[in-house]
Design a protein around this ligand. Sequence first.
Ligand code: SF4
Length: 258
Amino acid sequence: MKTRPTRTSAKLPGLTDRTPSRDDPDRRAPGRSRRSAKKKRFDIDEVMRRLRLTVKPYTPAAMFQLYDEGFKSVFEILAGCIISIRTLDEVTLTTSRRLFEAARTPAEVAALSPGKIDQLIATCTFHGPKSRTIHAIAAEAATKFGGKVPCDFDVLTSFSGVGPKCANLVLGVACQQPHGVAVDIHVHRVTNRWGYVSALTPEKTMEELEEKLPRKYWIEINKLLVPFGKFICTGRAPKCSTCPVLAYCRQVGVAEHR
Ligand code: SF4
């Protein structure tokens, strides 16, 4: 008796013989794009290896750069993170350095008036509210936590103006703790274009990444994808034709590219 081919065993033009894994974007969205048929199975280890080489010539994401420059305390990275909200990395770096030239520890910053902090960080966006936030955190750290901000997610998010993204970034950079994935607009855009996650908001992307991204990459992914998203996988017309991970990327939602 002849066996009728099942839908899964029937060969369709352009499909490969391999069986997609559960995590494969092609399985989650079959026939999403003709481009997908030529792609390799997504290999996060290989993608991360290629990204490391690719972003070497670029300035690291702002918090990693501050850390590399010697601003390694939890308080310094936290203050830098607050300054960075809706502010370009280049401005974040110069603004943070100016603040730290005047004061670096919670006790030193608490001794400044919010008005003085406002003057020092005047180049970043929302410097008025940010100066009050930084002053309040410095005062609390100086009086309540023995002069140091602890490596503790609950303490960090208890400060007004500090959300999970900032707390995860601070824990990752200053404490070397992969507590969660810090998802900014670059991490959100790139991982969705890869087809590695499928989420409409950075918050959902964070949840999906924390489910499937190996924990050993939770800190590094932000470090790599910020410069990668700024210079290669740009918001408009990403540089796909020379991209080192083109073979793995499903280019989800990419209508035009260079
Ligand atoms: S540049 Fe293009 S190929 Fe590279 S990650 Fe972005 S969308 Fe994918």
